[in-house]
Design a protein. Structure first.
Length: 209
């Protein structure tokens, strides 16, 4: 995919994401929240996310590893886009040891890309990379559908993981500003010079992101 085509694809994806997420309506109210699952519930967005990420994957990628729950549909879509096998990375410690922390494609000795639907702190990616490496996987990259954190690359640098992103916060902001939708607007947070819709960074998923 040429650079021009890739840019157009990302721009179109950002516009669609703004519509699907319901910005700025999704951030109205006393406790604003963002239903991130709307992105992957929309076939057009899911197809766009996987296409943008597929173009960025290292050429020697052998396995995709989706972090449950949100990373699963994106990993599956990315597998369909690329023809690569995919594995599930389980979260939490409530399962018996024999259940395993990964399922699906084997990762031992294979170059594996972590797949996450949304990243804020990078904690879930860090944990998944460590778990996969314990299982013998070679992990150097993470594919992220929606990156809310402008400092994600720096935060993952110490653990040797390079993030590949389909959509970023600035891209959503530009798409929203360029759309016909107007309303609550974006509030500057002072974090890395970026803003968030309605001044909130909460999602409907608990735990680390």
């Amino acid at each position: 995919m040429c650079a021009h085509s890739a840019d157009r694809l990302r721009q179109g994806l950002a516009v669609r994401a703004v519509e699907v997420l319901g910005l700025p309506e999704s951030v109205a109210g006393a406790r604003p929240s963002l239903d991130k699952y709307r992105l992957q519930a929309d076939p057009q967005c899911l197809r766009g996310l996987s296409a943008v990420l597929a173009a960025q994957l290292p050429s020697d990628t052998e396995v995709l590893a989706g972090i449950e729950l949100g990373g699963v549909p994106l990993a599956a879509a990315l597998a369909l886009e690329t023809g690569l096998p995919w594995a599930l990375v389980r979260r939490g410690s409530g399962r018996p040891p024999e259940a395993g922390r990964t399922a699906g494609a084997a990762v031992t000795g294979r170059r594996t890309v972590v797949v996450k639907d949304m990243a804020r702190t990078g904690a879930a990616i860090t944990a998944a990379a460590a778990l996969l490496r314990e299982g013998g996987a070679v992990v150097t990259h993470a594919a992220v559908g929606l990156n809310w954190n402008p400092g994600l690359a720096e935060q993952l640098l110490p653990v040797g993981v390079v993030p590949l992103t389909a959509l970023t916060l600035p891209e959503l902001r530009r798409a929203w500003r360029g759309s016909a939708v107007r309303g609550q607007g974006w509030v500057e947070t002072g974090e890395g010079g970026e803003g968030v819709p309605g001044g909130s960074r909460t999602t409907q998923e608990g735990g680390t992101a």
